[in-house]
Design a protein around this ligand. Structure first.
Ligand SMILES: Nc1ncnc2c1ncn2[C@@H]1O[C@H](COP(=O)(O)OP(=O)(O)OP(=O)(O)O)[C@@H](O)[C@H]1O
Ligand SMILES: [Mg+2]
Length: 382
């Protein structure tokens, strides 16, 4: 389980550290930094696929994703007696992401290259990476480190440092490149975990949504990000997963209704009062969305971490309590972070179980966490 998440220099997240529980709900007003937090997590998981630089580029590069405020706020700037202005930078340009879990911690630090005769001199590069054991980074528990192009790993009983790669490319992460069963077994474990983090922010339910169309069904223990393989995912849960939990979740939300999967792998719903089941194209947006969420959350192959962005969109308030129950059930199998606008979902979660509420607010353009003491976190230094 991830116990702590840290982001610095990314959009409005100038310097945020969060403590996480098994079920977390992130809320806050418009512009408080919820989506930025979601994207920061995505960027971290992209690092495990060596895709972080490419996804940063897709977001407009470092120039646009880097914190746009001053390096530091002086007391006078906070009090308003002095205008907010940048001064000569004390530290290098840096965008940092990291997390600590029960057993490992990881941090990555991205910056700008030394100017040279290339048209790519604004491409960000990975300056530093560190992997350590235990909750916080210290001198003795660091076991893999990347500085520029050099990757070192500590191995053996004596814990000797051992150079693994001398010329890793600036866009490749060491956990993606140096994970192997000989020197980098821990890196391999970490990489596989991070690659498996599952993000849902685009479950489509519009008229042309792929989830409304028949499909070729194959064994599907993990619902696709857009929900296109919903029929196969539901059938897989029925065959090898917790079919009873799925049945209960649907009956709980829709007054005893039942879902099944048709010949062409389309979901169907039997409702009290109707002579025939309704097929996917006939289901309402909210109904289909709830079924998609149930299939995602009851995956027979749960990841270590699942992140849902605004799952309540288009759900009637009556469905929020069943959704909260579903989230609580799913959080017994994997760690969950929900980013949400709906205060009602927060209250429903608090009613049915224990969730960690993370409320974000914006203060002088910077995202801060309401009423929470920051957990202990130490960045590796360049
Ligand atoms: N490079 C940057 N530096 C500082 N702030 C930024 C930067 N890029 C975007 N922002 C601001 O950060 C804030 C947080 O944006 P974000 O999209 O995370 O908000 P949100 O909480 O998801 O809001 P909403 O509820 O409207 O979706 C916004 O006000 C945005 O304008
Ligand atoms: Mg948002």
């Amino acid at each position: 389980m991830i116990t702590c998440l840290a982001v610095a220099g990314y959009r409005s997240l100038r310097n945020v550290t969060l403590e996480l529980g098994s079920l977390n709900i992130v809320t806050g007003a418009n512009g408080s930094g919820k989506s930025s937090l979601y994207r920061a997590l995505r960027l971290l998981s992209d690092a495990a696929l060596s895709r972080a630089i490419a996804s940063l580029a897709a977001e407009g590069g470092l120039a646009s994703t880097l914190w746009a405020g001053p390096e530091r706020f002086s007391r006078e700037m906070r009090a308003g007696t002095m205008p907010v202005q940048g001064t000569v930078r004390a530290g290098p340009v840096s965008l940092r992401l990291g997390f600590a879990s029960d057993d490992f911690g990881y941090a990555i630090d991205l910056g700008l290259p030394i100017p040279s005769m290339t048209r790519f001199s604004y491409d960000p590069e990975i300056k530093l990476e560190a992997v350590w054991t235990g909750p916080t980074l210290g001198r003795s528990n660091l076991f893999a480190e990347r500085r520029g192009k050099l990757v070192r790993v500590r191995t053996g009983e004596t814990g000797e440092w051992h150079e693994v790669v001398r010329d890793i490319s600036a866009v490749d992460s060491m956990i993606a490149q140096c994970a192997d069963t000989a020197d980098g077994l821990e890196l391999l474990i970490l990489r596989e975990r991070m690659r498996a983090w599952r993000f849902y922010d685009d479950l489509r339910t519009d008229r042309d949504a792929p989830s409304r169309r028949p499909q070729v069904g194959t064994f599907t223990p993990v619902l696709a990000g857009d929900g296109s393989d919903i029929g196969a995912a539901v059938q897989t849960i029925i065959e090898i997963g917790d079919a009873e939990a799925l049945r209960n979740a649907i009956a709980d939300a829709f007054d005893g209704a039942m879902i099944s999967v048709g010949d062409r792998f389309e979901v169907e719903m039997r409702q009290h009062g109707l002579l025939r089941p309704l097929s996917a194209p006939e289901l309402s947006d909210g109904t289909l969305r709830y079924i998609l969420l149930a299939a995602a959350l009851l995956s027979p192959r749960p990841p270590e971490l699942m992140i849902l962005n605004e799952p309540e969109a288009s759900l009637h308030p009556d469905l929020l309590a069943p959704l909260a129950r579903l989230l609580v059930l799913a959080s017994t199998r994997c760690q969950i972070i929900v980013v949400s606008h709906a205060q009602k979902l927060v209250s429903a979660l608090m009613d049915v179980g224990d969730a960690t509420q993370i409320e974000l607010q914006k203060n002088m353009g910077e995202t801060t966490v309401v009423d929470a003491s920051a957990p202990v976190w130490k960045w590796p230094s360049r």
